[in-house]
Design a protein around this ligand. Structure first.
Ligand code: HEM
Length: 133
């Protein structure tokens, strides 16, 4: 039998949606705390009068991106990671806090150790295009 894809082992679309939704909730919660590390990068989004539409677009893009990267049938049609984060000058600290939010989502969604490691590797591969531009 071929090894099931990470997408399948995460529980398919529902699994990817669960990961993305908890991660986005964690990021939203972080931006509400005192001395938030991620508030700086997220202020333009949070202040947009059309924030609901913008959040919906981000969620949709993020689900498609993760659904494709984990070997599922989804297709990402959003911006490249470099273009999406250009001008934000995301710092190492902001990256680390975002990654903690991702790890926390993997735990809440009860991913296995192997699945956690594979998903973490997918995210970490995108770091160079995301941080410091
Ligand atoms: C591997 C890590 C990351 C992934 C996979 C990721 C994914 C994405 C995606 C798919 C988009 C939307 C692109 C589009 O509209 O076409 C986006 C936008 C964005 N990302 Fe990231 N991101 C990552 C890391 C970060 C980090 C570390 C921060 C800040 C701490 C951040 C902040 C943002 C912001 C503020 C936007 C813009 C949302 C908007 O303009 O509506 N991202 N990201």
């Amino acid at each position: 039998d071929p090894t099931p894809t990470l997408y399948e082992r995460m529980g398919g679309l529902k699994g990817v949606e669960g990961f993305v939704d908890v991660l986005m909730a964690n990021v939203a919660a972080e931006t509400e705390v005192k001395n938030s590390q991620m508030l700086r990068t997220h202020t333009p989004l949070l202040n947009d009068p059309d924030k609901p539409a913008r959040l919906a677009r981000l969620r949709n893009n993020f689900i498609n991106q993760m659904g494709e990267a984990t070997g599922g049938p989804l297709k990402y049609t959003g911006l490249s990671m470099l273009t999406a984060h250009k001008g934000m000058m995301i710092t190492e600290t902001e990256w680390a806090v975002w990654r903690q939010a991702a790890d926390a989502s993997m735990a809440v969604n009860k991913l296995g150790d192997k699945e956690k490691a594979e998903l973490a590797a997918i995210l970490d591969e995108m770091k160079a295009a995301t941080v410091g531009h």
